[in-house]
Design a protein around this ligand. Structure first.
Ligand code: SF4
Length: 413
């Protein structure tokens, strides 16, 4: 069978009980966009992201009020049974916030440090060292996250000067990519010198251009064995952000590169933040790396289907499965492997439906108004009437109960 390249070897990192890298599954993570100082709003959004399937959640820690809020957010989550690791995102004053707020330093499962934003000139080394010493003190891993929007200017200038004097200078874009990679690797090396183990370091080198991102990560992956966090920064809104992130990350994942991913989507005003989690899951699932949700195969529709019945049913079933999954995952172990087919007419309908665990073939234009249902390849019923959708949903629920519920367990015993 066709498949991805074997995973690049990386050193596994324990992030608050979630393993990133090594031979572990690729981890889905996300980031809140609430003011972290607003304990209630941030707790609520972390819970939403976790419920959607985020395995690690990053929160901004930008000032004293945010740092003071972190342990309360963690405690409120724990009180609700939510143990998702929280990562603190620090810029400029992380060393000070973590020093002044030991409860925050303790509550976080990982510190994200941007070497381009960790102070300037002489102060940079001491502030970076302080952050690493705090990670050692509290036994926490770090992500050294380089972002080309905040690249270390001194390093970039030096590399540009060296390139200008080289016998065969490369393009400015290539020098910039090299600066991003060197910033990550030099910082990681410095962290190791201070005493942080390789099993406590994750690297990321985010850029906003798809081709550059692929080139940067391919190069970085070949030059180290640190666990890698993948993400296209400033991917954008809606389908543009989804396509750009999926194209970039899909190619890297196919090459075995990447241990954890975040899809950075800009939400619509008032939009649902959990979309970035669903897209990340769908990317990993569609490429065959992980299975999170039951698969709904729906035909695209064509001139044989002039009604929207099958579109409506496919959407209803997909929504029903998505919203039910958090509960089902606890109640029905293995339910994420379910496959459902919703097909629009007799051309491919019966065939495709037979390949799913449960499938329905709706009548196309001019066909008899009857919808055969197939379970595990066998035709078991023919649905008729205006409430075909509801009848089918009941059959799906019954199937899940029988195959994944207590009945299945009892039958197996
Ligand atoms: S299954 Fe029927 S309705 Fe759906 S795309 Fe194929 S021919 Fe068209």
């Amino acid at each position: 069978m066709a498949g991805a390249a074997s995973r690049r070897h990386s050193v596994g990192v324990n992030v608050g009980g979630v393993m990133v890298g090594g031979d572990n599954p690729i981890v889905v993570q996300s980031m809140t966009n609430t003011d972290t100082a607003d304990i209630e709003a941030t707790t609520r959004q972390v819970a939403q992201l976790w419920r959607a399937g985020s395995e690690i959640v990053r929160i901004t820690v930008d000032r004293d009020e945010s740092a003071a809020a972190v342990p309360h957010i963690r405690d409120r989550l724990l009180a609700r049974g939510i143990t998702v690791p929280l990562v603190g995102d620090f810029h400029y004053i992380g060393h000070k916030l973590l020093t002044d707020h030991p409860a925050c330093a303790e509550a976080l499962a990982k510190y994200r440090i941007n070497p381009g934003n960790v102070g300037f000139k002489a102060k940079r080394d001491t502030q970076f060292s302080t952050l690493i010493e705090l990670a050692l003190k509290y036994d926490k891993p770090v992500r050294i996250g380089v972002n080309w929007g905040s690249l270390d200017e001194e390093l970039l200038t030096r590399l540009m000067d060296e390139n200008a004097n080289a016998a065969e200078p490369v393009s400015a874009a290539a020098v910039q990519r090299e600066a991003i990679i060197q910033s990550a690797l030099l910082s990681a090396g410095r962290a190791e010198e201070i005493g942080l183990g390789r099993d406590k370091i994750i690297l990321s080198t985010k850029v906003s251009d798809v081709q550059s991102l692929i080139a940067v990560y391919q190069d970085l992956a070949a030059r180290c064995d640190y666990a890698l966090h993948l993400g296209l920064t400033e991917a954008g809104m809606g389908s543009k952000g989804i396509v750009a992130s999926s194209a970039a990350l899909g190619i890297l994942l196919q090459q075995g590169i990447g241990d954890t991913i975040r899809i950075s989507l800009t939400p619509e005003p008032g939009g649902d933040r959990t979309q970035e989690v669903r897209v990340a899951q769908e990317l990993l699932q569609t490429m065959g790396f992980r299975q999170f949700l039951p698969v709904v195969a729906a035909c695209p529709g064509c001139g044989r289907t002039t009604s929207t019945t099958f579109q409506t049913l496919a959407k209803e079933i997909q929504d029903h499965l998505t919203t039910s999954m958090p509960d089902w995952k606890e109640k029905y172990p293995g339910v994420e492997t379910l496959s459902v087919a919703v097909m629009g007419c007799i051309v491919n309908g019966p065939g495709e439906s037979k390949h799913a665990n449960i499938g329905i073939s709706l009548p196309g234009t001019g066909e008899t108004p009857a919808a055969p249902v197939f379970i595990d390849g066998e035709k078991v019923a023919t649905l008729r009437g205006a409430d075909v959708a509801d009848q089918f949903k009941v059959m799906v629920a019954d199937y899940i109960e029988k195959k994944f519920g207590n009945g299945a367990k009892e039958a197996a015993e």
